[in-house]
Design a binder for this molecule. Structure first.
Ligand code: UDP
Ligand code: MG
Length: 322
């Protein structure tokens, strides 16, 4: 396969939400890096309904370098991942690189991502070295990354870092997914044949503050989980089965004790019998809810209406037949 091809056209996609303070440096550093790659590029900045002057700054940059800097202005705030999707709808390059506007991901890493993609990887992830975030953030992302690994079956260590590269077919596939709650790194991986992760530097936020409150973060983590799997809906069934089985075993034990010597007094109080019976009923209820969950899971999968497959290419057909 001719996977190790030079990628001629690079698209960089950055969502911007009230990042006026970082924008000048972001533009300067990113454009310097992109100019240095010696390839055709487009630098797409999406204004996610900022209330400061971010949008004006982006528009000015786009006017100064037409066809190289592209401004996409959304009419209100839709959230980071939706903003990136809006940017994806505008890309024309062979390789699409996403990063954050706050310069926590240094744009100087872009050439390393291009090199890793040119080795034939569909998705290039990154692992933040010496991550400059609070202990709480790092702790939470450890748990989430572990869950994402289990759910996706793709062995990536760091799903949280948005500094990533996707080959164009992966982006096209993501654009065909119509669901509202997405987590782009997980979605991207679900369409990738070959992925890799490279170490990248990470900086602390110097200007402005994180746009994610604890609640927004929790919501995002749920998006990550539900984007890939309906397993949480099934958990209740498992608990129900466990409760019902233990209730059944307890009844059996009580029955046997009843026929043993002294069993009469032991069983008299009846309290254990009550426990056993209620366990069984609680279990049945949980299983019932779990089964409803199974249906909801299927409805959810159908409502998302993701395409069933994407054909990479078809080989062996004569041109005329196409
Ligand atoms: N962002 C956005 N819309 C939002 C929230 C964030 O476009 O509603 C952008 C933000 O401008 C930045 C990136 O998403 O470029 C990551 O945001 P932030 O740095 O606040 O997140 P953190 O690094 O704390 O996870
Ligand atoms: Mg940040």
């Amino acid at each position: 396969m001719e996977t190790a091809k030079r990628l001629e056209f690079i698209s960089v996609v950055i969502p911007v939400y009230n990042e006026s303070g970082c924008l000048d440096e972001l533009l300067k550093r990113t454009l310097a890096v992109l100019d240095g790659t010696g390839r055709r590029f487009e630098f797409i900045l999406i204004d996610d309904g900022s209330s400061d002057d971010s949008a004006e700054k982006i528009v000015r940059a786009a006017e100064a370098r037409p066809d190289q800097v592209i401004a996409v202005l959304l009419n209100r705030n839709y959230g980071q991942h939706n903003a990136i999707m809006a940017g994806f709808s505008q890309v024309r390059g062979d390789l699409v690189i996403t990063l954050d506007a706050d310069l926590q991901n240094p744009p100087e890493e872009i050439p390393n991502l291009i090199a890793a993609a040119e080795e034939g990887n569909d998705v290039v992830g990154t692992i933040r070295q010496n991550r400059r975030d609070t202990f709480f953030r790092r702790f939470c992302s450890k748990i989430v990354n572990c869950a994402a690994r289990q759910a996706t079956g793709v062995d990536m260590q760091d799903y949280g870092c948005m500094l990533r590269a996707y080959r164009r077919p992966i982006v096209d596939a993501m654009l065909q997914c119509n669901e509202r709650s997405t987590f782009i790194p997980v979605l991207g991986n679900s369409f990738a044949r070959k992925t890799c992760e490279i170490p990248v530097a990470h900086a602390a936020r110097t200007v402005g503050e994180s746009k994610y409150s604890v609640w927004k973060l929790i919501n995002l983590q749920f998006n990550l989980l539900t984007c890939m799997t309906t397993l949480p809906l099934r958990i209740l069934t498992y608990f129900g089965l466990l409760a019902a089985a233990s209730g059944f075993l307890l009844s059996l034990y009580i029955l046997i004790r009843r026929f043993c010597p002294g069993g009469n007094e032991w069983g008299n109080a009846g309290i254990f019998t009550l426990f056993a019976i209620s366990f069984i009923f609680v279990g049945i209820q949980m299983i019932g809810i779990g089964i409803i969950g199974e249906y909801i899971g299927r409805i959810y999968t159908d409502v998302r209406a993701r395409p069933r497959y994407f054909i990479d290419r078809v080989i062996g057909r004569k041109e005329a037949d196409n």
